[in-house]
Design a protein. Structure first.
Lengths: 143, 143
DNA sequence: ATACCCCTTCGAGCGCGCTCTAAGTCAAGG
DNA sequence: CCTTGACTTAGAGCGCGCTCGAAGGGGTAT
């Protein structure tokens, strides 16, 4: 499988795929006689799993640790399991935090909701006037 | 309230607080006669709310849009509500994704679990050997 | 042979969100 | 008076995860 095809299948750019290989997140792919990468189809599973790790906020450096252990073979199974168990716990925490935030958002939105009738709460502005600022800090102001 | 106190209370560094003021995420704070910031206690509520937005992945540029509307006063209530409603939807999606990933992690871990007995599945390595690489790309290798 | 398009490597650049340094001011305590 | 320590501004630098550009090669269709 060529890199372009893999890109289409995974939604990653060819640039990103090469980058991943370069840093060791993907195994070094076979090259055909003209030097082009020929990916094994099984790479799809691995990339998908990496996607899960990424979605759940695992930094690349940790994925690299995991990938390295994977390369070392069977003996590293329990280390890998441990990494995943620790990570799973972080994901659980993350979900709990988000759910808490969701409640706060609900409350806040409810405060704005009541029939376009303004409540004090949602409009409280701490320190009076806000300085426009943004002199040399930013360019054409995109905000 | 001095910036140092506020830093302690919020867990943000004084650097970060000044940075937030600079970009307009915090209102321009009053200065005492010697030029030092004197924050209104009500800023705590705002910072806490910003924290929620941050936790849920809202980029600073969007927080700035929200903050700007807030400064414009009561008339912007419905725009602000809209921003939050859109964001809430994204948070919900995010949570759903994480929960899906959690299931995948559970499965993966279960695969490693079974009494230290290696299963094929969890060790499948796509393209044979992995090149060490990492020649000029990185320094002393921290991974 | 000539396009055309996808591929290659190497290395620079970018957007984000801080984070830190430098150089200096100010107020309180010993 | 002198030190200490928290504060001030302006601006440079950093870690992350890509993202892109330049310069060139290969294989196929016309």
């Amino acid at each position: 499988m060529k890199i372009g095809d893999l890109a289409k299948r995974t939604g990653l750019s060819t640039h990103t795929l090469r980058y991943y290989e370069r840093i060791g997140l993907l195994p070094y792919a076979d090259r055909d006689r003209s030097g082009q990468r020929d990916f094994d189809a099984s790479i799809l599973t691995w990339i998908e799993f990496l996607g899960r790790l990424k979605t759940t906020g695992m930094p690349i450096r940790d994925m690299l640790r995991y990938a390295a252990l994977r390369d070392e073979g069977d003996a590293t199974g329990s280390s890998r399991r441990q990494i995943l168990e620790v990570h799973r716990e972080q994901v659980r925490t993350q979900i709990a935090e988000l759910q808490e935030c969701l409640l706060v958002l609900d409350t806040k939105i409810a405060g704005y909701a009541s029939d376009e009738q303004r409540t004090k709460e949602n409009d409280a502005r701490p320190n009076a006037r806000r300085k426009p600022l943004r002199s040399r800090t930013a360019g054409p102001v995109t905000h």
